[in-house]
Design a protein around this ligand. Structure first.
Ligand code: HEC
Length: 117
């Protein structure tokens, strides 16, 4: 291997590692998730789970990248969502993530955080 192509390999490898480490899996809800979640939240539907994902997509990567849902427990998420909503409100000087959006994000992250457990 000459110097040029080994340099290219190094750059390609670095790029691959960077991409692999910076992508966070934000799961798309399925009907099975909705049924599992409905055991926790009686009124949960696939539609409301998708709304929760949409709200999470919209609000939860503005200050930092998305956090992996499976890294935190239900108990942690119950505290994290309102904490982040108040951080967002403080930063903007007004309400950003309203009570309805907080509730839909909460149901989404709590349902999806133990997807593989
Ligand atoms: C106004 C800015 C802001 C917004 C909007 C925001 N966060 Fe955060 N978040 C932070 C800061 C600051 C930290 C602490 C430093 C860090 O871990 O990056 C943090 C940390 C976290 C953590 C790590 C655990 C913890 O308690 O420190 C999680 C999980 C998280 N955020 C999830 C979310 C979710 C879910 C949303 C959307 C509802 C969200 N964040 C929206 C600023 C924000």
């Amino acid at each position: 291997m000459n110097i040029k192509s080994s340099q290219f390999c190094l750059v390609a490898l670095a790029l691959l590692i960077f991409v692999a480490c910076s992508s966070v899996n934000i799961p798309i809800p399925t009907q099975a998730d909705a049924e599992r979640g409905a055991r926790l939240f009686a009124d949960l539907t696939l539609e409301s789970l998708n709304q929760g994902k949409a709200d999470h997509d919209r609000y939860c990567n503005t200050c930092h990248n998305y956090k992996p849902l499976e890294k935190y427990t239900t108990e942690q998420w119950e505290k994290i969502v309102p904490k982040m909503a108040s951080k967002a409100a403080k930063k903007a000087g007004r309400e950003v993530i309203d009570a309805v959006a907080q509730e839909s994000i909460r149901k989404y992250v709590v349902t999806m955080c133990d997807i593989d457990k």
